[in-house]
Write a protein that binds this ligand. Structure first.
Ligand code: G3P
Ligand code: CA
Ligand code: CA
Length: 289
C-alpha cells in the first residue's frame, strides 16, 4: 500500500552523495535530494566523478559586497557589524541555521543540513566565479582540490563538530599557538602555485601553499574559519582566510566580512596584502565525503 511504500522511500532516502553513489549507483554530477537522520529533505549538488566521486556540497561562502564590512550577506562572519560584543558573529560555522539554495550557491551564501548531519572523512573545495549556473560550475571553476587524510575522523566527522571544538570566535586564542589543523591537499584543477598566486605577495610570503587550514587566528586575536589552500607561517591571516567571528580589531571593521581583509590594499588589486580579483569574485564551495 501507498503509506508503506512512502515509508520505504523515506527510509531509503540517502543522507549523502556518497551513499547515493554506493547504494543506488548514481554517477552523474548534478542536483539530488538527500535526507537528514531526522527526516529533513533537502536538495544539493553531488560531484559524482572527481577522485571516485560521492562528494556532497554542504556550503558555499560568497562575498556579495567586499565593502560591506560585516553587514547584510556576511552570513559566514557577521551581519551585525564588527563589534567585540558579538565575538562569534552570526555563528554559522557551529550552529544548525541553514540558508540559500544549491542552485544559487555561486550567487549567495549556501548552507544545508548536510553541513551538520553528514558524517564525513574528507573535504573538497571549488573556487567558482560568482553567478554561474549549476551545470557550468565545474567547467568554469579555476581551482579544485580535496583532502585525502580522513582528518575529519579526528573532529567528530564534520565541520559543524570541528568548529564546536575550535570556535570561530574573537579572543579564543593567539597566533600561531591556537590555529586548528592544516591538512595537505590533492589538486584536481590548478596546483599549489596557481593557488598561492590568488593572494597578494605580502601574504604569500607568510603562507605555505598546498594545505587547507581550519580556525586560524590573526595578530589581534580575530578568528577565521578556512584558509583555503594555505597554511599560515605568519599572523596576518585576514588576507587569505574566509569566514570569521564577529570582530577584527585591526582598523575595525575593515577586515570584518566573509572575505575578511582581501581588499586591504585595494579591491581585487592583487598588490601588497590584497587578493586577486579572480578569487575575490568567486564563491568557495565546500564538499564532504
Ligand atoms: O595585515 C596587514 C597590516 O597588519 C599591515 O598593513 O598597510 O601597515 O602594511 P600595512
Ligand atoms: Ca556572504
Ligand atoms: Ca594584519
Amino acid at each position: 500500500n501507498l503509506s508503506v511504500c512512502l515509508k520505504e522511500l523515506e527510509y531509503s532516502t540517502p543522507r549523502s552523495c556518497k551513499e547515493l553513489k554506493q547504494r543506488f549507483d548514481f554517477n552523474t554530477d548534478g542536483l539530488y535530494y538527500l535526507s537528514t537522520a531526522s527526516g529533513v529533505v533537502y536538495q544539493t549538488y553531488c560531484d559524482m566523478t572527481t577522485a571516485g566521486g560521492g562528494w556532497t556540497l554542504v556550503a558555499s561562502v560568497h562575498e556579495n559586497n567586499m565593502y560591506g564590512k560585516c553587514t547584510t550577506g556576511d552570513r559566514w562572519s557577521s551581519q551585525q557589524g564588527g563589534s567585540p560584543n558579538v565575538p562569534e558573529g552570526d555563528g554559522s560555522w557551529s550552529n544548525t541555521v541553514t540558508f540559500g539554495t544549491a542552485e544559487a550557491a555561486t550567487s549567495d551564501d549556501f548552507k544545508n543540513p548536510g553541513y551538520y548531519d553528514i558524517t564525513a572523512e574528507d573535504v573538497a573545495v571549488w573556487h567558482v566565479p560568482n553567478n554561474k549556473r549549476v551545470d557550468h560550475w565545474k567547467v568554469k571553476s579555476f581551482l579544485r582540490y580535496h583532502t585525502e587524510t580522513k582528518f575529519l575522523n579526528s573532529y567528530r566527522g564534520n565541520l559543524y563538530n570541528l568548529f564546536k571544538l575550535l570556535p570561530v570566535k574573537f579572543g579564543v586564542g593567539t597566533c600561531p599557538t591556537n590555529h586548528g589543523p592544516s591538512v595537505p591537499l590533492v589538486y584536481d584543477l590548478g596546483d599549489a602555485t596557481s593557488n598561492h598566486n590568488l593572494y597578494g605577495p605580502n601574504i604569500r610570503a607568510q603562507t605555505q601553499s598546498g594545505f587547507i587550514t581550519f580556525r586560524a587566528i590573526n595578530t589581534e586575536g580575530a578568528a577565521m574559519a578556512i584558509c583555503s589552500g594555505v597554511k599560515p607561517t605568519g599572523c596576518h591571516n585576514e588576507h587569505c582566510c574566509v569566514g570569521g567571528g564577529g570582530h577584527f580589531p585591526e582598523a575595525s571593521p575593515r577586515q570584518c566580512g566573509d572575505f575578511t581583509g582581501f581588499d586591504w590594499d585595494g579591491y581585487g588589486t592583487g598588490v601588497g596584502w590584497s587578493a586577486s580579483k579572480q578569487v575575490t569574485e568567486a564563491a568557495v564551495l565546500i564538499f564532504y565525503r
